[in-house]
Ligand binder design. Structure first.
Ligand code: ADP
Ligand code: MG
Length: 366
């Protein structure tokens, strides 16, 4: 419909209504960055009332480092006539009144009025778009993890499965009582192969659950000494010939308030590595203590150690050190441990020398 009335007042209220009802935020600032007008959408996005922003510098809507640098950006623009955003659109981060951040698309145009210059910013909230993007990226990650796992599993499953098969067929032939020792040897081989297979599956399931965001940090009060005994009981069944776990609980009572399951899984992962990467007859030392509200768990072995050049990559997904090629594994365990520790706001470090042994040290604020 053609515009019937063109009186200046009518036009003005028409434009005002358009701006007031725009879905995008519209903000104008003067040459120094002082906010002159702001529409309701922009106020909603940033969580301010109109009176709180008019006359303020635009930088209050920005997080650092832009907040501190904005005067410089404007200065540069005046000096050179070149701006990074002006005349173009760009993805930036905004800061709400309550301090939270959100991503938005910002396009700025310069408007020359009769006697002065102003800048108009159009703000288009893209937090939802970001969420969809993040969800897609997560989905892609998970499917990549699964396909890499299938590749790895089809390789890693072969050895233990063929060991089981050959041991079973040998056992079925040892029916003389004097073959008892051989039979036992093969029973142990089967046990350790089944352990390897279970380990691979467990690693994969733990990582999928983590990636899907199903692992929560749910703290309860418990005694770390008791947990330690429980875990070591469990681990004693997978020790190699002559291996032994020595426990040194430095204090009598070590009550902590943490997610017991996460701590248990961390210990199981590190102790099973210590067992797996040590030869028969070697000792493993587990030490726990609490100091300044930090729980320290130390797991030390006398095993094959980790080559210096592999140290930097140890916590990456699927990474396995060069000297571990003949020992079955997924390269997922330490990555999982790291993720559990992120949930617990803890940290992990290690010291290792090839052919001498490795010490992993975990620290968790209790
Ligand atoms: N106690 C240890 N002694 C020697 N090497 C270790 C030890 N723990 C971990 N590693 C090295 O770190 C790699 C990654 O460990 P992990 O993520 O648990 O995977 P996996 O044990 O399934 O191979 C291992 O493949 C091994 O090379
Ligand atoms: Mg492992």
């Amino acid at each position: 419909m053609p515009i019937k009335s063109t009186s200046r007042l009518d036009l003005e209220s028409r434009y005002q209504a358009i701006i007031d009802n725009a879905v995008d935020g519209i903000i104008t600032i003067d040459e120094r960055g002082v906010i002159e007008s702001v529409n309701p959408s922009a106020l909603r996005m940033f969580g301010y009332d109109k009176e709180e922003v008019i006359g303020e510098n635009i930088k209050i809507l920005m997080p650092e480092p832009d907040r501190s640098n904005h005067d410089k950006y404007i200065g540069n623009y005046h000096a050179t006539g070149k701006g990074k955003i002006i005349g173009k659109g760009r993805e930036v981060i905004g800061r709400r009144k309550n301090g939270t951040m959100f991503p938005f698309l910002l396009s700025i145009s310069e408007v020359i009025l009769e006697n002065k210059k102003i800048f108009t910013g159009v703000v288009h909230d893209i937090s939802e778009l970001r969420e969809v993007k993040d969800a897609l990226a997560k989905e892609r990650d998970l499917s990549e993890l699964k396909s890499r796992f299938v590749t790895m599993a089809s390789h890693e499953f072969r050895t233990p499965l063929s060991t089981i098969l050959s041991s079973v067929s040998l056992i079925s032939r040892y029916n003389d009582p004097k073959d008892e020792e051989k039979r036992l040897k093969h029973v142990n081989r089967i046990k350790s192969s089944v352990n390897n297979l279970t380990g691979i599956l467990n690693d994969f399931l733990s990582l999928s659950r983590l990636e899907e965001g199903h692992v929560m940090n749910d703290p309860i009060e418990f005694s770390i000494n008791e947990l330690c005994d429980e875990v070591i009981d469990e681990m004693n069944s997978i020790l190699k010939e002559g291996q032994e776990i020595k426990v040194d609980a430095v204090q009598d009572i070590q009550k902590v308030f943490l997610d017991k399951n996460l701590v248990r899984n961390i210990m199981i992962n590190l102790i099973s590595n210590a067992i797996k990467y040590s030869e028969e007859g070697k000792l493993i030392f587990v030490r726990t203590y609490i100091e300044n509200d930090v729980l320290t768990i130390e797991i030390k072995d006398q095993g094959i150690g980790i080559p210096e050049e592999d140290h930097d990559y140890l916590f990456s997904r699927f990474f396995r050190a060069h000297n571990a090629a003949n020992i079955p594994g997924t390269g997922l365990g330490l990555n999982i441990v790291k993720k559990y520790l992120d949930l617990l706001r803890g940290r992990i470090e290690f010291q290792s020398k090839q052919s001498e042994g490795t010490t992993f040290t975990v620290q968790i604020p209790i």
